[in-house]
Design a protein around this ligand. Structure first.
Ligand code: AMP
Ligand code: MG
Length: 430
């Protein structure tokens, strides 16, 4: 990053919420534009207020700091174009997801426990991301590793659902890209199937979970549209669209049902996270411009003040195991239970310090459930590994190799403590 840094005199908000591992200097929020600064200051006042900090701890200070010439995740000289494309694709898919949730909330077309709305939104979001990426990189072969395929939709019984998906896709395109020609059902099926790449450790692959946290989506809780980019097996870029996640620090209330309803009416609900290798992690409104608020994980808290996050769904992660580990290292606050990679975004901006995931041993983890979130965590200063402390290996195709029973993401000090606690509790067997 150093090569495109220029000295700038800017106002910055000093907030304990965003103190980075590197110390106070990096804790200063960097902005080159007054409007971005104002938004950032408001954002952090709200974050601090939500975290219960007394107002005298928050003040505006004039400082001289080095800031990138065009601050933001898109400032990368290598992946700037890809970042713009990823943000546009995730935003388009997020629009479709939110439109389906509005229908769901109104009880239109479906009963609440009917799985079809989420299925339709899943497919539709995948088609839109594929369309958007292909539009951004004309003439290039876009390799996309994505969760869904159109096999069932191409069968005669799938025709009605495919038609519903095509209608939704065209509605979203009409809003965001009115000049685009409507897509036929068979074009939509082809777009969905373009996500069948095997991925791997060579070349460039986009990695998509069109709706991570489908149970949260149906339950009107949290979900995320997750798009990452692999280069030679390494995650170099990630974008998370979290339409139901507040832009300020979350509490237990934000994990419950009802978040979807708030996101339709409260303009401070709906967050996008974006990170690019060596460019830091950034947050902003999911339906705004490029995320412009630099974020950092918070490694300043003693264990007694640390929050940990885990899956909302007990069937996805062993809550008892996480509690035992929390006890072992002196965490006393209850967990925040949240669906999807929204957890990775929340950790990256300091809402919590720890994320633990311990699925059933028979469960095979897929790369799209972690790809985008991993780089957002890393660029915010957090550490993510499997349960034995090894880095996640994205170079082996659509599934991860053995993860030794789980995934841990945390601030550096908490990560060390948790891996040691896991080894102790498991008798050093991992
Ligand atoms: P979370 O919301 O963090 O619990 O994670 C959501 C993701 O968990 C989904 O996108 C699924 O890919 C994944 N998942 C589905 N079934 C299971 C399972 N039985 N155990 C663990 N993870 C699962
Ligand atoms: Mg998923």
């Amino acid at each position: 990053m150093a090569s495109h840094m220029v000295a700038k005199s800017v106002l910055a908000t000093r907030s304990a919420c965003t103190a980075p591992p590197g110390g106070v200097g990096r804790a200063l929020l960097r902005h080159t534009a007054g409007t971005a600064l104002l938004q950032g200051a408001q954002y952090h006042r709200r974050q601090a207020a939500a975290a219960g900090q007394p107002s005298r701890q928050r003040r505006l200070v004039a400082v001289s700091v080095a800031a990138p010439a065009a601050a933001g995740p898109h400032a990368s000289p290598v992946y700037g174009g890809e970042m713009n494309a990823a943000v546009e694709a995730v935003r388009l898919a997020s629009r479709l997801c939110q439109a389906v949730q509005v229908q769901l909330q109104r009880g239109e077309k479906t009963e609440k426990d009917d799985e079809s709305p989420v299925t339709v939104a899943d497919y539709g979001a995948q088609a839109l991301v594929a369309w958007s990426l292909q539009r951004s990189f004309p003439g290039q072969a876009v390799s996309l590793v994505a969760e869904e395929d159109a096999v069932e939709l191409r069968a005669p019984e799938g025709a009605d659902m495919l038609a519903r998906i095509a209608a939704l896709v065209n509605e979203a395109l009409a809003v965001e890209h009115p000049q685009a020609a409507p897509l036929s059902p068979s074009e939509v099926a082809d777009l969905i199937d373009s996500g069948n790449s095997a991925g791997g450790g060579s070349g460039r692959h986009w990695v998509l979970d069109p709706i991570d946290g489908t149970r949260g989506f149906v339950g009107m809780r949290q979900y995320a549209v997750c798009l990452g980019l692999l280069e030679q097996g390494e995650v170099v870029l990630g974008v998370l669209g979290c339409p139901n996640l507040p832009q300020y620090a979350i509490s237990e209330a934000d994990c419950d049902e009802g978040q979807a309803g708030r996101s339709f009416s409260d303009e401070a609900v709906g967050t996008m996270f974006a990170a690019c290798k060596d460019q830091g992690s950034w947050a902003g409104p999911v339906f705004g411009g490029m995320p412009s608020q630099r974020i950092f994980c918070n490694d300043t808290l003693p264990a007694s003040q640390v929050r940990y996050m885990e899956s909302f769904e007990a069937r996805h992660s062993n809550h008892d195991m996480a509690l035992a580990i929390a006890d072992e290292i002196g965490i006393t606050l209850p967990s925040l239970r949240l669906d999807s990679q929204a957890k990775y975004g929340a950790l990256s901006r300091g809402d919590a310090s720890v994320f633990m995931r311990f699925p059933d041993p028979s469960y095979r983890e897929k790369i799209w459930d972690h790809c985008a979130g991993v780089i957002i965590l890393q660029e915010a200063g957090a550490v993510i590994s499997d349960a034995a402390g090894h880095p996640l290996d994205f170079s082996k195709g659509r599934y991860f190799p053995d993860l030794h029973g789980g995934i841990v993401a945390a601030t550096p000090s908490m990560h060390r403590a948790i891996i040691a606690a896991i080894q102790k509790i498991r008798g050093g067997s991992s």
